[in-house]
Design a protein around this ligand. Structure first.
Ligand code: ADP
Length: 408
């Protein structure tokens, strides 16, 4: 059974085609700059890769049609026809309070995803364009929505309610939702399985903190297989220091700046979401953690400071979540920085030695080096808290959920 996984952004479509009989990747790629004149298409199979810059990709439907053509026709095809694509799984960013699980997209579900647009005005409309495109081109294929927010729907009120007037929740559903749920769910389950820790919801074991450190970054407290807290909130702005997002700040700061600098709401939004984080701390010079790391090792004081601030925030969250869960069995690092940055793991974990956490520097640096794809522990066998690196695989989770739902 071949499943197409789509992750549709406002001007891009990322895709993977997986043979789910063996959980094997057949092809993957990306269409960028949709509707911007000349699009860029990257396509990769085990046999090779290609890049093209077609003119005819004006919207998501033509983008999906282009992808399906690559997958089914010509020398780079990996299946014979559209009939070989049994189902499509979509990454959908926001499921609000309506979706705690992945679900088959019916007309009713489509409407409910539309209802969540006010909560994710940039993302959900793009995700739905992907659904529309598949409905046009592959009308017989069942489609499944896998939500970024769903895994965190198990959070208790104590975690998700903000201390704002009650009407803000009742009128606008302002609360913590959390994101990267598919990734937190995958790495938490994988770590528990690989460590041989049985997952027991009633006993709340194991107690894990998962750190998804990509361009966007979040931490989750996962207890007995369920998310009980997470650092991203009503939007993906809260929590950790990110590439260009500030994460936690005093909420009075935007108001102060608005007054002093005469900024309108859009400008404040850009300041917090696009001009802050690593980019802001470096005065706009860097956004990529690799640049910070390289200069950290050259003792550039600015980059030393930035990496320390970045990691300190993660350490604080791990400590807070250990307290929230009343214990900690393991910390899991994943995504671009989490998987590839030994120094970020070291700086984050060193202050946690009081928990008995003991990094194994040869595992952390030599085994789990950038690009190694290492999956395993980076602590000593006697460490009081285990630290694991687990490469995330959100597309596989989407394909598995799609298979399970379509198999009925
Ligand atoms: P996203 O999917 O959110 O765009 P990724 O999970 O691909 O993010 O992670 C992107 C981040 O990972 C970038 O900040 C990048 O610099 C960082 N990254 C990738 N490789 C390394 C590395 N070797 N060392 C440090 N950071 C890295």
């Amino acid at each position: 059974m071949n499943i197409l996984v789509l992750n549709c952004g406002s001007s891009s479509v990322k895709f993977q085609l997986l043979d789910m009989t063996e959980e094997r990747l057949l092809a993957k790629g990306l269409v960028e700059r949709i509707g911007a004149g000349q699009a860029r298409v990257k396509y990769k199979t085990p046999a090779g890769k290609l890049t093209r810059e077609p003119n005819e990709i004006t919207n998501h439907t033509t983008a999906v049609a282009y992808v399906l053509e690559l997958l089914t026709k010509g020398g780079q095809a990996v299946v014979d026809s559209l009939d070989d694509i049994a189902a499509v799984g979509h990454r959908v960013v926001h499921g609000g309070e309506r979706f705690a699980d992945s679900t088959l997209i019916t007309d009713e579900v489509y409407g409910k995803i539309e209802d969540c647009i006010p909560l994710a005005p940039l993302h959900n409309p793009a995700n739905l364009k992907g659904v529309d495109a598949v409905t046009d081109i592959l009308p017989r294929a069942p489609q499944v929505a896998v939500f970024d927010t769903a895994f965190h729907q198990t959070m208790p009120e104590t975690s998700y309610l903000y201390a704002l007037p009650r009407w803000t929740y009742e009128r606008y559903r302002i609360r913590r939702y959390g994101f990267h749920g598919t990734s937190h769910r995958y790495v938490a389950a994988r770590c528990a399985e690989k460590m041989g820790l049985p997952v027991n919801k009633d006993e709340g074991t194991p107690k894990l903190v998962t750190c998804h450190l990509g361009n966007g970054a979040s931490v989750a407290a996962v207890m007995g297989g369920e998310s009980v807290d997470t650092s991203m909130g009503f939007t993906p702005l809260e929590g950790l220091v990110m590439g260009s997002r500030c994460g936690d700040i005093d909420p009075a700061i935007p108001l102060f700046l608005q007054n002093k600098e005469n900024l309108d709401a859009k400008e404040v939004d850009a300041l917090l979401n696009r001009q802050s984080g690593v980019r802001g701390l470096s005065d706009g010079k860097y956004i990529d953690m690799r640049d910070i790391e390289d200069r950290y090792f050259e003792n550039d004081p600015e980059c030393v400071r930035i990496l320390q601030i970045y990691c300190y925030r993660i350490t604080k969250y791990i400590g807070a979540y250990a307290a929230a869960m009343g214990g900690l069995d393991a910390v899991v690092f994943t995504a671009g920085v989490g998987e590839n940055s030994p120094i970020a793991r070291t700086l984050t974990c060193k202050p946690l030695a009081f928990l008995g956490l003991e990094l194994d520097e040869s595992l952390n640096t030599d085994k789990a080096h950038p690009g190694s794809g290492y999956e395993g522990p980076v602590t000593t066998p006697d460490s009081g808290v285990a630290v694991w690196v687990v490469p995330t695989n959100e597309e596989l989770v989407i394909a598995r959920d799609t298979r399970a739902i379509c198999a009925g």
